[in-house]
Design a protein. Structure first.
Length: 204
């Protein structure tokens, strides 16, 4: 049985924005928590012929077909074998005329980070063809910043509140103080090819 959880933004009187952070190797990434629909354990998917390598397949989630992308491969990183910590984050992605859910496979989920606007920096321009358009900003993780371990975030299953099994909690506090979290623009990162796929379906 899949480990299905819904995520609600943490109640916080601060005016900062909240991000669900996750790890790919030794690096920390974050996505707007308001875009997070579900967090689930990895399970087998149905492969789609002739799809890009990073498209692992599709899942049927309560009657809705959801594409599953491997985030490592989507960002041009080396693929890693999936483990008990591997999770799928289902995100709401906005297109030009519609929205859809897309699942991304990540090494593990860590914290819910509350980032003040003053702590978010613009992504640098590296030049030389290094793409940075998917990075909406870099958030400093500083002493005293509001960061809540994944296991303590407000999560509940569709059939009632329940904690995630210990083996899948991820590293609490994985976004260590003194590091920076790369904040991703999920629309730019995930939407381009899905619109291409939709156009192909319409043409067919």
């Amino acid at each position: 049985m899949s480990d299905l959880q819904s995520v609600n933004p943490l109640s916080n009187e601060s005016r900062g924005s909240e991000y669900l952070t996750f790890r790919l190797g030794d690096e920390d990434y974050g996505v707007d928590i308001l875009r997070v629909r579900e967090i689930r354990g990895w399970e087998s998917v149905t492969r789609i012929p002739n799809s890009p390598e990073y498209v692992k397949g599709v899942l049927n989630l309560r009657g809705s077909i959801v594409p599953i992308f491997d985030m490592r491969q989507r960002l041009g990183m080396q693929l890693r074998d999936y483990s008990k910590d591997t999770v799928v984050i289902v995100l709401r992605v906005k297109g030009a005329s519609s929205e859809k859910n897309i699942g991304v496979v990540v090494d593990e989920v860590s914290d819910v980070l509350n980032a003040q606007q003053s702590s978010i920096r613009n992504a640098p321009q590296f030049g030389g063809g290094v793409p940075t358009e998917f990075i909406s900003g870099l958030a400093d993780v500083v002493q005293g910043g509001a960061s809540v371990p994944y296991r303590d975030a407000q999560m509940s299953r569709a059939h009632g509140a329940q904690e995630r099994p210990a083996g899948g909690q991820g590293r609490a506090g994985a976004a260590a103080e003194g590091k920076m979290v790369m904040l991703l623009d999920v629309d730019k990162l995930l939407n381009q090819d899905t619109e291409t796929e939709q156009n192909s379906e319409d043409a067919a």
